[in-house]
Design a protein around this ligand. Structure first.
Ligand code: PEP
Length: 247
């Protein structure tokens, strides 16, 4: 049985004050049976981690460097994130892939570095609107996953989470239908099962893309949807917790 995980990706939003209020709001509320994780901007990781120390809410980073240490200005190493209290690190978010031109291979190297340092990568995969309309979703997702399999083998997925995030659904208010999302999640699990059925059954596959309190229950009722990666709706404690309560 895979425990439902609701992870908030705060992106480049908030201030010290608003982040503090958000964490206080999440801590004061009821997440039901869901496991929670929050991924604040890197400068707030230590602050948020300190506030979460007396809770079960996990801390995650929004990215992780593909190198150990050294002259990589602007990057943050997996060891630093670990030391800052992170359990998770998002890798391959579509905004990183499209705006910062991160290739499948770079994303895979970031994933590998997370695993090597005991962080659980949250690997984002998903197709653009054009790819969606061309009907090549499975091929795109397979290629993104194959790059990681080439880097770490199936063993890398033993401690990983996958987030299927159709790019056309991120921040747009458009959401994949539960049936279509389920079909892609089942495809991803089946792909991993071809290498190791045990790992495939254990890996959590989250849905991301305009998930909110109104559509979460239908998405989360699908057999292979094990939680959500939440952008906009994770910035308000009540909205985030309402999604969690749908698990
Ligand atoms: C995301 O960016 O990972 C995301 C799912 O965003 P939103 O929930 O705002 O669509």
């Amino acid at each position: 049985m895979r425990a439902g995980l609701i992870a908030g990706n705060w992106k480049m939003n908030g201030s010290l004050q608003s982040v503090t209020e958000l964490v206080e709001g999440i801590k004061a509320g009821d997440a039901g049976k869901a496991e929670l994780a929050v991924c604040p901007p890197a400068v707030f990781l230590m602050k948020v981690g300190g506030m979460l120390a007396d809770t079960d809410i996990a801390l995650g980073a929004q990215n992780v460097c593909n190198r150990d240490a050294g002259a990589f200005t602007g990057e943050i190493s997996a060891a630093m994130l670990k030391e800052s209290g992170c359990r998770y690190a998002i890798v391959g978010h579509s905004e990183r892939r499209s705006l910062y031109l991160e290739s499948d291979q770079l994303v895979a190297a970031r994933f590998e570095m997370a695993v090597k340092n005991g962080l659980a990568p949250i690997l984002c995969v998903g197709e653009t609107l054009y790819e969606h309309e061309q009907g090549v979703t499975e091929a795109v997702v397979a290629k993104q996953i194959d790059a990681v399999l080439d880097a770490t083998g199936i063993a890398g997925f033993a401690q990983a989470v996958i987030a299927y995030e159709p790019v056309w659904a991120i921040g747009t208010g458009l959401v994949a239908s539960p049936e279509k999302a389920q079909a892609v999640h089942a495809f991803i699990r089946g792909k991993l099962a071809a290498s190791d059925s045990g790992i495939a059954q254990q890996v959590r596959i989250l849905y991301g893309g305009s998930m909110n309190a109104s559509n979460a229950a239908d998405l989360l009722s699908q057999a292979d949807i094990d939680g959500g990666l939440i952008g906009g709706a994770s910035l308000k404690a009540d909205d985030f917790l309402a999604i969690a309560q749908s698990v």
